[in-house]
Design a protein around this ligand. Structure first.
Ligand code: DAH
Length: 339
């Protein structure tokens, strides 16, 4: 029995030495010291020994088990060290390696146009104003000289939240808010989202965008309006852009006009974008109606001003050659990526 135990000892020490990986070492440990391991089996069979032999073999086996455990531990440390060294050698991190490409989004065409327009007006000394999209109808209509029976107030055109609160149908209410809050001189634009109860088709959407402009000061006249809009058209749509004014009616301006620009796609010769007319309808404008000034606490005897408002989608569509407005709102990345 003693010889057998010593043989197990020398065999296992030999094997420990030969182990090259932690896995091999672990297998080896199971083979000798595991539940069914060789040394454990010897301990289990000690019942067969004589009473004299039993304590001698018993203490020998225990001693060998301790020695083996020590050897296993030492070998384990050695192998762990080796594996760490190999890892350090092979898994080095190159901190100068370029990182993985991140897919950045891009500005939506509507945002691009609003940014461009804002840039032009900021350059002319305008400030950017803001107002609520859920608006009191008194600002959306009444203060803007839009009488209660005006067709624009019709429930068919405007989204009513309550009798007195609407989703603003235009950015013009910001004019009234600014005039109430600030003393002239006033020079603002207000880009923003507006809502109308229109059915969706290739040129209509119930949600769209406008840019409003307002200038109030002493001695502001129609020539200031024309000069400003001409400058804006040239800067935004190209130096050769021409602008023309047609009489029109808006409740909040008097006189009122609509302004067209020479088609910035074909230069006025006629094309699909301008429907062969050479001109594209751009915006509504006029001299701020004295009633509006009064409604907002500004003396029309002392001050005058002009205002204008235009749709952003129309400019984006003409500029980018987009034929269906729905594309601007579907947010298909394959479409948006092009701009
Ligand atoms: N609010 C008008 C609309 O939505 C556009 C407009 C016309 C704005 C004339 C103005 C203006 O400020 O003076 O159709």
């Amino acid at each position: 029995m003693k010889d057998e135990v010593l043989k197990i000892k020398s065999n296992s020490l030999e094997e420990i030495k030969r182990c090259k990986t932690l896995q091999e070492l672990n297998d080896c440990k199971v083979k000798y010291l595991g539940k069914k391991g060789e040394l454990t089996t010897v301990l289990r069979s000690m019942g067969n020994l004589s009473t004299e032999e039993r304590p001698i073999i018993g203490s020998l086996v225990n001693q060998i088990r301790d020695e083996l455990n020590f050897s296993f531990e030492e070998k384990q440390k050695e192998l762990e060290k080796e594996e760490l060294l190999i890892k350090l050698k092979t898994e080095n991190i190159d901190v100068t390696e370029p990182s993985k490409k991140i897919n950045l989004g891009s500005l939506h065409p509507i945002t691009q146009i609003i940014d461009e327009v804002s840039e032009v007006f900021l350059g002319m000394g305008y400030k950017i104003a803001d107002g609520p999209e859920v608006e009191k109808s008194i600002y959306n209509f009444d203060k803007l000289n839009t009488p209660p029976d005006h067709p624009a107030r019709d429930i068919q055109d405007t989204f009513y939240i309550t009798d007195d609160i609407v989703l603003r149908s235009q950015t013009s209410p910001v004019q009234a808010r600014v005039m109430e809050e600030q003393k002239p001189p006033i020079k603002i634009i207000c880009p923003g989202t507006v809502y109308r109860s229109d059915n969706v088709d290739s040129t209509h959407s119930p949600v769209f965008h406008q840019v409003e402009g307002l200038v109030i000061d002493k001695n502001i006249s129609m020539t200031d309006l024309k000069g400003t809009l001409e400058m804006f058209a040239k800067k935004c749509l190209g130096e050769n852009t021409k602008i023309r004014f047609r009489p029109h009616h808006f409740p909040f301006t008097e006189p009122s006009a609509e302004a067209d620009v020479s088609c910035f796609v074909c230069g006025g010769k006629g094309c699909r974008v301008c429907k062969n007319e050479g001109w594209i309808e751009l915006l509504g404008c006029g001299m701020v109606h004295p009633n509006v000034l009064k409604n907002c606490g500004i003396d029309p005897e002392e001050y005058s001003g002009f205002a204008f408002g235009f749709g952003v989608e129309r400019i984006a569509m003409a500029k980018f050659g987009i034929e269906d407005m729905r594309l601007l709102f579907e947010n298909d990345i394959r479409f948006l990526k092009q701009f």
